[in-house]
Ligand binder design. Structure first.
Ligand SMILES: Nc1nc2c(ncn2[C@@H]2O[C@H](COP(=O)(O)OP(=O)(O)O)[C@@H](O)[C@H]2O)c(=O)[nH]1
Ligand SMILES: [Mg+2]
Length: 367
């Protein structure tokens, strides 16, 4: 059997992984290659999985912990996709608070499954909103030093650093970020790109085509700091049925939910790593995002539709107590429902702090 190309794209929460993978998926499909995706989260009800499926892609999800801790589940999901889709390329998105993926995922894939998978160079997205503050060493980079530690470690193990969102950067900002990244990670090639517009995307696809000595940067990492940094984030996944008397605007509803949550969370000073929501009606779907406390809520994918019934999924990763985030989500959804003449029925509400990562495998040296 021809080895299956395995492409994993890492990066912090909200860096643009899902947007990049969806663009890569469309690129390979246009080239006549079959693709399938594997997503990953600490819990069920991941917005990204629903979003990618709604775009028509075959997607399997590894829930419950990161790929490194659920390595065998990752293999199972890939095998399921091989049977159902016969893909040429697997696109994998790890959890955005996860690092040490070269030692725990890339190396085991190469060593234990080298005859079945051909692992592509490991690309990690750089998120400007938090990255600028963290690399400048600002007193509060938006997160504690332990969360900033994870952010840096993710980039340290990259074969290529992808500076995303260049559509939002002017020449001065781009030059400043480029200098900071080169100074912090002098050995890594740097590709500036916009996953949103596609600018610079060709260089990424060319880089990912390469074969050779990639996926070998094993981190020197302190798992205590890593675990504590991850546990500082409150994690919430919730699914909600919304029913209205009269048709409501899906986009206005979504934006209201994310903007009002943003306001509520800001009042308590907890940095937002990523807040996102997807709303699905019978005919359409829309997605709204917020990628940092300093950013603005945006409708990343408008549905341009009205409906009397929608299924809403909310994911929040915020440096605040998870119970408190859950309470804000409940209150905000009820308030927005009242404004739009609707009622909410909460189906699931999972809120917690991620547990200590315990990888299935960890390679101390590269094979
Ligand atoms: N302006 C801009 N927005 C982007 C870009 N890439 C991603 N985004 C937006 O950033 C948010 C988070 O992106 P997503 O792909 O979900 O990030 P992930 O958490 O790393 O998977 C979404 O609102 C995207 O639309 C980009 O290149 N430019
Ligand atoms: Mg994602």
């Amino acid at each position: 059997m021809k080895p299956l190309r395995f492409i994993m794209v890492g990066g912090f929460l909200g860096a643009g992984k899902t947007t990049t993978l969806a663009r890569l998926a469309r690129f390979y499909l246009r080239r006549g290659q079959k693709i399938a995706l594997v997503t990953n989260d600490q819990a069920q009800d991941l917005v990204d999985t629903t979003h990618l499926r709604a775009q028509g892609f075959p997607v399997e999800e590894v829930p419950g912990a990161c790929f490194c801790c659920r390595f065998n589940d990752l293999i199972d999901k890939v095998e399921q996709l091989q049977t159902s889709q016969q893909p040429d390329v697997i696109l994998a998105e790890p959890v955005g608070s996860c690092t040490d993926l070269v030692a725990t995922v890339v190396q085991p894939l190469k060593d234990l499954y080298g005859n079945r998978f051909e692992v592509a160079p490991y690309a990690v997205l750089f998120k400007p909103s938090h990255g600028l503050r963290i690399l400048k060493g600002e007193e509060r980079g938006g997160f504690s030093p332990k969360a900033a530690y994870i952010f840096r470690k993710q980039l340290e193990e990259a074969d290529v650093i992808v500076l995303n969102r260049i559509d939002e950067l002017d020449a001065t900002q781009l030059a400043e970020l480029t200098d900071l990244i080169h100074a912090a990670f002098p050995e890594a090639p740097l590709l500036p790109l916009s996953a949103k517009t596609g600018q610079g995307f060709e260089a990424l696809t060319e880089f990912l085509e390469q074969r050779g000595h990639f996926g070998r940067k094993i981190l020197d990492i302190d798992y205590d700091t890593y675990a504590q940094g991850e546990a500082e984030l409150g994690w919430l996944n919730s699914s909600i049925r919304v029913v209205a008397d009269k048709p409501l605007s899906v986009d206005a509803f979504l934006l209201d939910v994310i903007s009002r949550l943003h306001e509520a969370l800001n009042q308590h000073g907890g940095e937002v790593a990523h807040l996102k929501a997807i709303a699905l009606s019978e005919v359409s779907f829309g997605v709204a995002n917020l990628v940092s406390s300093q950013s603005r809520a945006e409708l990343s994918l408008p549905s341009r539709s009205e409906t009397k019934k929608l299924d809403l999924i909310i994911n929040a990763r915020v440096a605040l107590a998870p119970e408190w985030i859950a309470e804000q989500v409940r209150q905000t959804v009820r308030t927005v429902c009242a404004i739009h003449g609707a009622t909410a029925e909460f189906h699931t509400m999972q809120s917690f702090r991620p547990g200590r990562p315990q990888p299935t495998h960890r390679y101390a040296t590269a094979k």
